[in-house]
Design a protein. Structure first.
Length: 121
């Protein structure tokens, strides 16, 4: 059992991904500061925030709901990455690498959801 959400490998990976996205978007045009840049940064950061929120919840169904929200933020981030690649804001290689990491994180979040739902008291 983890003592803190910071000890959880899925939170650590989500935070690492948010940092990478922050760095990638730092090079975007200033006109996107309140548009695309803000959207993708917020969705990426929301993944780790919802994992942390799930950790702090007592009731299993509350935990599951926050993991679902984290998963939704993850797929939103994937969508933003795809858009960024299509409009040539982001390099295809960077997007592919991040998408693989996000896919793996998605599967890890699913495992936690399944575990919690199957072991509910």
């Amino acid at each position: 059992m983890y003592k803190s959400f910071k000890d959880m490998p899925i939170w650590q990976e989500a935070m690492d991904i948010a940092e990478v996205i922050f760095s990638l978007t730092d090079k975007l045009p200033r006109k996107e500061d309140f548009g695309f840049t803000s959207q993708i940064r917020r969705s990426a950061l929301s993944i780790s925030a919802n994992i942390a929120e799930a950790f702090g919840r007592f009731h299993t169904l509350n935990k599951v709901n926050f993991y679902y929200t984290a998963r939704g933020s993850l797929t939103e981030t994937q969508s933003h990455l795809e858009y960024g690649n299509r409009v040539k804001y982001l390099d295809t290689e960077d997007v592919v690498k991040l998408d693989k990491r996000l896919f793996s994180l998605y599967n890890d979040i699913n495992k936690i959801i399944i575990y919690l739902k199957n072991n509910r008291k």
